[in-house]
Structure formats: structure tokens, C-alpha cells
Design a protein around this ligand. Structure first.
Ligand code: MN
Ligand code: MN
Length: 467
């Protein structure tokens, strides 16, 4: 009897897909590396809450590690480390490989924009002696989640004379913060009968910014005047300067460990900095790659990748064409033999909401970096759907390099869906597959990921670009 059990156990191990918890598959020494990596990551989350701040941080890290800004007339040779900063909101970093560039490049593309509340271009108003900012939400959010939490304000204002002011207020412990108010339950009888999309409506996402009137009995809008006076004294701006500004309200809280075992990280904007940071670290740590490596940190993914800093624009194509030409190849020949990891998050299975997943094809916390062959919605609409051959190639590579990985789809069939930049890069004739970290509460002001999965994303990206 016992012998029979052993046979079936062995046979199952040989024939069945193994989906063990990552912590049962790693050495104890690796656990330390996992936790150490998360410490660096949390610092990055706190310092780079917007796409502009992420680019600033990336430039610092890249330059400290020998990368120089690429100029179009530069001569390039193997081992050169370069980057191109796209308008301070997106960045491409590359290391020239030892193989001819006509053999293709290894692309790793993550995004550095996250859902948030953008200020409107004429945001400031006073209503019943309270001063507020009007906002327009950015990306797909559950609007009610963005009320009654501390928010900080980040961005730039271009003044009438063309000079630029950088704003970052609410992150320092001594800074004030801002918030969107919500109705008290006592008086929410009507509100609570609305559907969830309308409990808080788009035009209800108003940021509370002050309440003291300017000292002048004659003045109307005295609270607004007082706020504008403070802003003039601090930044030298007038109300019209908001028209040429990009100001983003984001959660003011810092990234923290979650759980008694500290295995998880809670924070704002894991999507997609939990892929962008590992991709950046992999690029920095990459020594003398065979194929040219190209790491892209893109903007505007959350609004569909349009605009000149999103990946639907031509800036990636121009960059590859420029370096191909500098190395004596044609851009289109390079793309056709290139490979890409679209480094973006997937939804982690949440035991509180099991009904949106099909258990055999969901991604789970602590089961490693998630390979997603296709995304899209309603019959794979809007996806690139990686080929079996490319999925096979990536699977072999992950196994060879001891990366803990899993496969997962974005929710069960017809539960909803979504997309990544994978389709836009695949459309350039590049073999592309999605790979990233599973996230709980994705697009909420406070998202959760696993430290193990984060580290495995780093290992995966490092293995891919070095291969
Ligand atoms: Mn994403
Ligand atoms: Mn997203």
C-alpha cells in the first residue's frame, strides 16, 4: 500500500504543474536577500511617487553607475551605458552588448505613472469660506477610496515668465497634507443608495486646502485670497500659473511592512514601481551583456499610453533606430529579432474576493513573479498574446536561473480585464510577454505586494537582460 502511495506521489511530482509557496522552495540565504531588496524598494517608493520623481531618481541611480546621457552623434561600442530622458517623465537606459545589435536587443518595459488625482487647470475656488482644489482623477480608480486619506501634492508649475517651480508638499512630517472629505454616515441615507461608481462622483473629488480668510472685512473670496497669497509668497505664482502646471495629489503615507512576519509591503503605486524598480536595479547590475539591453520606464500607461511620454508614441522606436544606426544596423532589423518583457503587475488572488478568479489560472502572493501570456478583455481583445514559443523560451530561462515564477491571467473570463504596454511593443514586431508582481488592492491608494515576488521580479529581469 505504502509503495503504491510513493509511486503516485513521485508520478504527480513528475507530471503535475508544481505551484508551491516560494518560501518552501528557497534557501534561507535567499530570504535575507529578499528582505534586503525590499528595504531599498521602500525607500524608492517614498522618494519617487510620481513619474517625474521616478525619472529624477532613475537618472541619479544610472549616473552613479556609469550611465551617460545619449547624444545623437555619439559613437557607441560594447559596454557603453547610456540613457535618454524623455521630457523628465519617461526614460530609456541601455547597455551596448558584445553581440552585433542586428542580433536584437533585450527590452524590459515598466511604467512609472500610477493612479492619482490631478489638479484641473483652473483648480482653486472658495465655497462657504473653505478653499478647495478641483481635480480630475488619473487612471482607473474606485473614487470612494480616495476620500478621507492624507494626500500630498507633487509636480511642476511653469510661471508666466517661463521659469519652473517644483512642488512637493505633504511628504515631510512637518508639512501640511490635504484631503478629500466624505459625508458622515448619519446624513448619508441618500448617498448609500447610489451605486458604488457614484457614491463619490468625479466632481466630488475636491481637495480641501484651507479655511482662514485674508484679514480684510471688505474682501470677497477672502479665504481663496489668503491661500493665493500664501502660494505667491512661497512659490511666486499667481492663479493663472495653474494653467501651465502639472500637479498631482497622491497618498501621503509611506511604504510600510505588512504582517507579523513582515512578508508584505503596503504602499502607494506598487503598480508599476514594483516592476520599474527591479527593472532599474537589474539594468544597473548588468555587466557586459551579450545582447544590448534596453530598460524603459514609461509614462501614461494608466491612461492608455497615448501622448509623447507614453509607449504608443515613437520615442522608443526612435531610440532603437538611433542606436542601431550608430552601430551600423537598420532599426527595423533590430526590432524583428528583439525580445521584450512587459514588466507590469497582475492581480493577486484575494481570498476575500475569490469569485473574480478562476483558481487554476490566478496569480498568488508568494508564488513568485507572474508570467502573463495574454491580458485584454472579452475574448482577448486588445492583447498581444505571446507565442507558445516565446512563453517556452522565457519559462526555460526562469527555470535555468532558479527564478520562482508562476503563471496567471487578469481575472476569470469576462470578469473584466485590462491591458499593459505589451501590445504596443509587440506591434513593433518584437516578441513580448508580460511578467510582473501580483498585487492586492491594485489601483487603491494603498496597494499590497509580497517581498518574495518583488525579489523574483528582480531576478527574472536580471536573468533576461543578461541572457
Ligand atoms: Mn500597470
Ligand atoms: Mn495599472
Amino acid at each position: 500500500m505504502e509503495e503504491k502511495t510513493n509511486v503516485s506521489k513521485e508520478l504527480k511530482e513528475k507530471l503535475f504543474l508544481q505551484r508551491k509557496n516560494g518560501y518552501n522552495r528557497i534557501e534561507e540565504t535567499e530570504e535575507k536577500a529578499i528582505f534586503d531588496f525590499a528595504e531599498d524598494y521602500k525607500k524608492f517608493l517614498d522618494i519617487a511617487k510620481t513619474e517625474r520623481e521616478a525619472v529624477c531618481e532613475a537618472v541619479k541611480l544610472l549616473e552613479a553607475n556609469g550611465f551617460v546621457e545619449y547624444k545623437s552623434d555619439m559613437k557607441l561600442s560594447a559596454g557603453d551605458k547610456i540613457y535618454r530622458n524623455n521630457r523628465g517623465k519617461a526614460i530609456i537606459a541601455a547597455i551596448i552588448g558584445t553581440a552585433p545589435i542586428s542580433e536584437g536587443v533585450r527590452l524590459c518595459a515598466a511604467h512609472i505613472d500610477s493612479p492619482r488625482l490631478d489638479l484641473k487647470q483652473n483648480p482653486l475656488y472658495e465655497d462657504n469660506e473653505l478653499a478647495l482644489f478641483k481635480t480630475h482623477y488619473y487612471g482607473g480608480i474606485k473614487k470612494y477610496q480616495w476620500t478621507t486619506i492624507p494626500l500630498s501634492l507633487h509636480g511642476v508649475i511653469i510661471k508666466a515668465d517661463g521659469t519652473s517651480v517644483t512642488v512637493n508638499i505633504g511628504e515631510d512630517e512637518n508639512d501640511p497634507v490635504f484631503c478629500v472629505t466624505d459625508l458622515l454616515p448619519h446624513l448619508a441615507t441618500e448617498q448609500m443608495t447610489r451605486t458604488a461608481t457614484k457614491i463619490i462622483r468625479g466632481e466630488d473629488l475636491n481637495l480641501l486646502i484651507g479655511s482662514i480668510p485674508f484679514r480684510d472685512d471688505e474682501a470677497s473670496e477672502a479665504v481663496k485670497l489668503n491661500i493665493m497669497n500664501i502660494l505667491f509668497e512661497k512659490y511666486g505664482i499667481t492663479e493663472a500659473d495653474f494653467i501651465s502646471s502639472e500637479l498631482e495629489a497622491v497618498p501621503a503615507f509611506k511604504a510600510r511592512d505588512i504582517g507579523f512576519d513582515r512578508s508584505l509591503v503596503g504602499g502607494y503605486g506598487h503598480d508599476d514601481r514594483c516592476c520599474a524598480y527591479p527593472a532599474l536595479r537589474a539594468a544597473i547590475g548588468c555587466k557586459a551583456p551579450v545582447h544590448t539591453t534596453v530598460t524603459i520606464l514609461a509614462d501614461k500607461e494608466e491612461t492608455g499610453s497615448d501622448g509623447n511620454t507614453g509607449l504608443c508614441s515613437s520615442y522608443l522606436r526612435y531610440f532603437i533606430e538611433d542606436i542601431a544606426e550608430a552601430l551600423g544596423a537598420k532599426g527595423r532589423d533590430v526590432f524583428s529579432v528583439s525580445e521584450c518583457l512587459s514588466a507590469d503587475v497582475n492581480a493577486a488572488f484575494d481570498p476575500t474576493f475569490p469569485e473574480v478568479n478562476e483558481r487554476n489560472n490566478a496569480a498568488y502572493v508568494n508564488k513568485g513573479v507572474c508570467i502573463t501570456k495574454y491580458t485584454g478583455s472579452r475574448g482577448k481583445s486588445g492583447t498581444s498574446d505571446a507565442s507558445a514559443e516565446f512563453a517556452g523560451r522565457i519559462r526555460r530561462l526562469m527555470n535555468d536561473k532558479n527564478v520562482i515564477w508562476q503563471t496567471g491571467e487578469l481575472g476569470k473570463v469576462d470578469a473584466g480585464g485590462g491591458g499593459t504596454v505589451a501590445a504596443y511593443i509587440a506591434n513593433l514586431d518584437v516578441d513580448t510577454i508580460d511578467m510582473g508582481v501580483p498585487v492586492l488592492s491594485m489601483h487603491a491608494p494603498y496597494e499590497v505586494i509580497s517581498k518574495l515576488d518583488l525579489y523574483m521580479a528582480y531576478k527574472a529581469f536580471a536573468a533576461f537582460i543578461a541572457d
